[in-house]
Design a protein around this ligand. Structure first.
Ligand code: GLN
Length: 487
């Protein structure tokens, strides 16, 4: 592998500027690396060589003309395969979209292309982003680069694995209940979910629209901050996107955090944590103390309800969002239907995988008349209480910390036949989506088998600069981030 691929985006940008390597060479090096390892990893559904090399060429032309490069120009990036990129297949890892070629760009794709970021391919995911292990892809499973017998986490497993294995330097994922933070923690990298509305969702295949957010993966906090800057901003095509100026998030990375109040979430520090995860979080608490922070215990009394709330609201929204896949406008259509109704039912029966069907059925049930008040309405009311818990918590603490997941990556197949066990994996991450607050996972050490552990940090809405600052300080107080998966 080209040694530069192991470096951060910041270092790669410097090397491009200093003409140590051209953008075309760097992009080709990424494709060589993908060729070398992706047969074992399964991180990519498809590659977008033409698009990546065309972008890289533009970077080199700019360098030749002596022009200033935009942020992250020339740095190879993987796009989760539920985001539209014109002319490429966008499958959401579902049979129903297996042959769907995007006729348009998602807003984030436009932004990446404007900044001349070479998009090397479309990363594998759980079908329609529903899952925590990436075993729900209709095409192939993703393997964890630290141990190929283990899951990479989901649903953005391909995005996380590609960055951890140095196939790409950066990646985008989507996070509805933890799908960026969980795979980041299982793969030993940084993954960040922004404030709801910070990044446009236009062109992201919708799962649960009131919870979905696109966010960055990187091997350093600084790179994640810069990638968020590139993709953020108001978008008239997404009415939920916030009309607020985009900050230069990396500007405050090195600010002193002395006196910062770090809240430890009591409900997530129980015996349910694996011993090694517990130790890693204790160590993180000590690190923050050494950095001059004040540690406070925080209670989020309604956190225990978050999974129940989520599996009503997310499934209800998904049953509505996925109604569009009916064999009429795009995607798969059953070849042998006798009438229109059969065309709809057969198309959906043959096109969707078992987990997606389970969610559609649960959501349709929760929304049906007679049950709406008992389930959907109640869940909305409970969501407000979870949000209120965070408002109270942030009166006492500037940031909150917890493990990203009670355990490290598990064996492939270990939870595949037990949906409830799989759902419980997200106990630490889901409440941030319900409350719309930003959160990230940063490497926090390794368990006894050498598998990465993630520390989750949460901040109040729109305080991503504070979040990156606190995460960067922790990252640089340790050297976990320098360790790479041996694949
Ligand atoms: N694991 C959760 C689910 O299966 C979250 C997925 C996500 O964030 N996209 O729904």
């Amino acid at each position: 592998m080209n040694e530069l691929l192991k470096k951060s985006a910041a270092e790669q940008s410097k090397a491009l500027k200093n003409k140590e390597i051209s953008a075309v060479e760097l992009t080709n090096a990424a494709f060589e690396r993908i060729e070398e390892v992706d047969g074992k990893l399964g991180a990519f559904n498809s590659l977008t060589k033409d698009i990546a090399l065309e972008t890289a060429k533009k970077v080199d032309e700019k360098i030749a003309r002596g022009e200033e490069l935009p942020l992250l120009a020339g740095v190879p990036l993987a796009l989760k395969d539920n985001m539209n990129l014109k002319g490429s297949k966008t499958t959401a890892s579902s049979k129903i979209l297996e042959n769907f070629v995007s006729p348009f760009n998602a807003t984030i794709s436009d932004k990446l292309l404007n900044n001349l970021v070479p998009i090397v391919g479309k990363a594998n995911l759980d079908e329609f982003a529903m899952g925590s292990s990436n075993e729900n892809s209709a095409f192939k499973k993703v393997h964890n680069p630290w141990d190929l017998n283990k899951v990479p986490g989901g649903s953005s497993g391909g995005s996380a694995a590609s960055v951890a294995a140095c196939e790409a330097t950066l990646a985008l994922g989507s996070d509805t209940g933890g799908s960026i933070r969980l795979p980041a923690s299982f793969c030993g990298i940084v993954g960040m979910k922004p404030t709801y509305g910070r990044v446009s969702r236009y062109g992201l295949i919708a799962f649960a629209s009131s919870l979905d957010q696109i966010g960055p993966f990187a091997r350093t906090v600084e790179d994640a901050a810069n990638l968020l800057e590139v993709i953020s901003g108001h978008d008239p095509k997404d009415s939920t996107s916030l009309n607020l100026p985009v900050e230069h998030y990396a500007a405050h990375l090195n600010d002193d955090i002395k006196g910062m109040k770090v809240g430890v979430i009591k409900e997530l520090m129980t015996d349910a944590l694996s011993e090694d995860v517990q130790k890693a979080v204790q160590k993180a608490i000590e690190d923050y103390k050494k950095l001059g922070c004040e540690i406070v215990e925080i209670s989020l009394p309604n956190l225990k309800h978050s999974i129940g709330i989520y599996y009503i609201l997310a499934t209800a929204e998904c049953s509505s969002n996925l109604a569009r896949f009916d064999g009429v406008k795009y995607g798969y259509r059953t070849p042998d239907a006798k009438n229109l109704l059969e065309m709809y039912t057969k198309t959906r029966a043959e096109g969707f995988g078992p987990e997606v069907k389970r969610r559609i059925m649960l959501g349709t049930y929760a929304l049906s008349s007679g049950y709406y008040d008992a389930y959907y309405k109640k869940a909305q009311q409970m969501r407000a209480l979870v949000t209120q818990d965070f408002i109270e918590a942030f009166k006492k603490a500037d940031i909150l910390i917890s493990p990203t997941c009670p355990n490290t990556a598990f064996e492939l197949g270990a939870k595949a036949s037990d949906p409830l066990a799989m759902y419980l994996t997200d106990i630490a991450t889901i409440s941030a989506n319900l409350a719309g607050i930003p959160g990230l996972s940063v490497p926090a050490g390794f368990d006894r088998d050498g598998m990465p552990i993630g520390l989750q940090i949460l901040a109040p809405q729109l305080q991503e600069s504070r979040l990156f600052n606190a995460a960067h300080k922790f990252e640089r107080a340790n050297d976990y981030y320098l360790k790479l998966a041996k694949i």
